[in-house]
Design a protein around this ligand. Structure first.
Ligand SMILES: [Zn+2]
Length: 447
């Protein structure tokens, strides 16, 4: 019986990922990376609490990394095996339920991205440097972890690499130390973070402040100096965007916000906790990517602070971030949210209506229809509630569930408190039925 329970997937969308029997509270990673040879060696100290007595437990870790040592609570593990992306550890002493599990894993190898239905995710070499883009299951390409979005923990990440390079990780830079030709960068991320949002970015970068020194949320950019002038233009309205989103979505959830621009082009920007990563191509000198600048910033609230417990609810990340694009467009003097919503609905009406946005399945979880129809769900809700109740709901949502795990059910329940009539039909039609609903006519301030 126990074995069976152990093997039940945590998330049907990613049946191989995530593990049972413990809850991680902290990761401390000490990494050494050689840019020229793409060689990574690491020591991960994982602090967890067991939720059941178990003979053994497992962590997610890619097979491209080899394990050389495993300690459990200071003692050598009785046994460990690393197969099919799982590091299974048998402690020398059985650990009682509720007991502390301090696991140290030493490992090294040539990290490669994890291949899946969504292409390659995880650690990736750049022309000069490396990046991490883990959504949804790439974290195990660079550290042993409980790789599931509901498993949030604090982090300390130390990364040592060749001195000419700038190395970024999540959180606050605690110290930077150069010894001979190597520099060690130590970052601390105290707010809980999902594994897919943990990141390392290494490249020929410099750091610049964005906005003014008096801004309440410090903003920086880390990028090749050749892109500075374009960045200043293309991301020039980011401070206003930050102010607008803080007004609409509540306090910014982290200590600072960093934008990394890679020297290479990137197909799409990458979200990470406290950080967004754009490609050199997103600095086109024409603000061509401003929609994405707003989208990625919004993910700090929707995705990073409030993170889904199950990937089927991904519209809670992408629908909200897409709606934030529309809100920013209107606030920034462009098309109104209502105009953009109606145009998006028009486009969707020409696409196949064979997706359930509230449970799209793993193959379609990043389908554009999840983004657009997720945003339309919110617009439809806004038209039903009116602006004061709708924005009060958004504020309540981000405050109540700050730094935690969320579900669509929780959002639907909370929305119910802002309406005298049942909102269930709106959610059912937009999220759980396939045919595309009509948008009600625009009213008042949303027009
Ligand atoms: Zn997104």
């Amino acid at each position: 019986m126990a074995e069976k329970f152990y093997e039940l997937p945590i998330d049907e969308y990613l049946p191989q990922n995530g593990n049972r029997g413990y809850r991680v509270s902290r990761y401390e990673l000490e990494l050494v990376y050689k840019v020229a040879s793409n060689r990574l060696s690491g020591r991960a100290e994982i602090t967890a609490v067991t939720t059941a007595v178990q003979q053994r437990f497992s962590l997610d870790l890619s097979q491209s990394l080899g394990v050389t040592k495993v300690l459990v609570n200071g003692a050598k593990a009785a046994k460990y095996a690393h197969q099919r992306g799982k590091l299974t550890v048998t402690p020398a002493q059985k650990i009682p339920a509720g007991g502390v599990l301090a696991v140290v894993v030493q490992y090294s190898g040539t990290p490669t991205p994890v291949r899946g239905p969504w292409g390659e995710v995880g650690w990736e070499e750049l022309t000069e440097g490396a990046l991490v883009a883990s959504q949804p299951n790439g974290a195990a390409s660079w550290f042993p972890c409980d790789d599931h979005p509901s498993s949030k923990a604090s982090y300390r990440i130390s990364i040592t690499t060749e001195s000419p390079y700038y190395a970024v990780a999540n959180g606050k830079l605690l110290r930077k130390q150069t010894k001979a030709s190597q520099t060690t960068w130590v970052y601390d991320q105290p707010e809980p973070m999902a594994t897919y949002l943990a990141t390392i970015q290494i490249g020929p970068y410099n750091k610049y402040r964005v906005g003014s020194a008096h801004d309440e949320v410090p903003m920086n950019t880390i990028m090749p100096s050749r892109l500075r002038a374009r960045f200043d233009h293309d991301f020039g309205r980011q401070p206003e965007m930050m102010a607008e989103f803080r007004k609409l979505f509540g306090p910014y959830p982290f200590e600072s916000y960093t934008v990394v621009i890679t020297d290479d082009d990137l197909e799409i920007p990458i979200e990470a906790q406290g950080i967004s990563i754009f490609g050199a191509n997103h600095c086109d000198g024409r603000r061509g990517a401003e929609r994405l600048v707003a989208h990625e910033l919004a993910h700090q609230w929707f995705g990073n602070s409030l993170t889904v417990g199950q990937w089927r609810d991904i519209w809670l990340h992408e629908g909200f971030a897409c709606y934030a694009e529309w809100l920013w467009s209107q606030a920034g003097g462009g098309a109104t949210a209502d105009q953009l919503a109606r145009a998006a609905r028009q486009n969707l009406s020409r696409a196949p209506q064979d997706i359930v946005v509230g449970d799209p399945g793993p193959q379609l979880m990043f389908d554009d229809r999840v983004y657009k129809r997720g945003a339309l769900t919110l617009h439809s809700l806004r038209l039903a509630l009116g602006d004061p109740a709708f924005f009060a709901l958004l504020w309540d949502w981000t405050t109540r569930y700050r730094h935690s795990t969320v579900s669509a059910e929780e959002f639907i329940d909370l929305a119910g408190h802002f309406s005298p009539v049942s909102l269930r039909p709106i959610f059912d039609r937009w999220l759980y039925d396939q045919p595309l609903p009509e948008l009600p006519p625009a009213v008042g301030a949303t027009g």
